[in-house]
Design a protein around this ligand. Structure first.
Ligand SMILES: NC(=O)c1ccc[n+]([C@@H]2O[C@H](COP(=O)([O-])OP(=O)(O)OC[C@H]3O[C@@H](n4cnc5c(N)ncnc54)[C@H](O)[C@@H]3O)[C@@H](O)[C@H]2O)c1
Length: 248
């Protein structure tokens, strides 16, 4: 129970990586605010968190709305006045070529993946600052380092932005005992990647050193490490969880 009495907010917590992160936090004793644009899925995950024995709250939030994000953090901090942990996981993918990409396709991916990460981080700061301890973990992507192979340029650019935002915020918040890190997953088996063209996934896997897709638990364990005391001297780090896809 490494996170007993901590309050965590996970965006996009209703399924996939977000759900596994919520459950991993719960197993360590943290109370979990499961936030998602799809409130039904958030409610289901909140029930699973409670079955593990931790407190949970399900809240509908669209991370592109500053107003909704502010309300989310207020609700999370209502009992204790604190939010100790924020996992900026909510994200969407777009698959296609720049020639086929509309202005709306570009804007929507940027709004959810990059602006959402900014809005949630900004809103949580006042509930972390002054407590001497805080953890922000952002969800980047291997595509944000190399440019996308299976995914659109809008997605890759949004994740490159998340990587740079992580490093900038890590510098700003270090004096307050708040670390800011990111994980950069490769190809992980979730609803997001199940919609990718099967042939393209198979050929990517063939050249992958570890030879398999990652699981959402693989990513959740890395997130948990960055939140743990073991990672207390790590900030501004982009942790690859990619089976050897990118080594830098
Ligand atoms: N699956 C992968 O291979 C992979 C690889 C690299 C990075 N990622 C990143 O990991 C994160 C989670 O991915 P996943 O595979 O679990 O995806 P997913 O599509 O299975 O789940 C994403 C969740 O985010 C929620 N969401 C979408 N838009 C939202 C919004 N505007 N506000 C709040 N919630 C919203 C969805 O409802 C869903 O519950 C994303 O940021 C994604 O870009 C995933």
């Amino acid at each position: 129970m490494r996170l007993k009495d901590k309050v965590a907010v996970v965006t996009g917590g209703g399924r996939g990586l977000g759900r596994s992160i919520c459950l991993a936090l719960a197993r360590e004793g943290s109370s979990v605010v499961v936030s998602d644009i799809d409130v039904q899925s958030a409610k289901k995950v909140a029930c699973e968190v409670k079955e593990i024995g931790s407190e949970a709250l399900a809240i509908r939030t669209d991370v592109t709305s500053g107003k909704e994000v502010d309300a989310l953090m207020e609700a999370a901090a209502e009992d204790s006045g604190r939010v100790d942990i924020l996992v900026n996981n909510a994200g969407i993918c777009w698959v296609g070529k720049v020639e086929e990409m509309s202005e709306q396709d570009w804007d929507r991916v940027m709004a959810v993946n990059l602006k959402g990460t900014f809005l949630c981080s900004k809103a949580v700061i006042k509930f972390m600052k002054g407590k001497g301890w805080g953890r922000i973990v952002n969800m980047a992507s291997a595509a944000g380092k190399t440019g996308g192979l299976l995914v659109g340029a809008n997605y890759s650019v949004s994740k490159a932005g998340v990587i740079c935002f992580t490093k900038s915020l890590a510098k700003e918040l270090a004096p307050y005992g708040i670390t800011v890190n990111a994980v950069a997953p490769g190809l992980i088996d979730t609803d997001m990647t199940r919609s990718f063209p099967k042939g393209a996934v198979a050929s990517t896997l063939k050249s992958l050193p570890l030879g398999r897709m990652g699981s959402s638990e693989d990513v959740a364990r890395a997130v948990l490490f960055l939140i743990s005391e073991d990672a207390g001297y790590i900030t501004g780090e982009i942790l690859d969880v990619n089976g050897g896809m990118v080594m830098d």
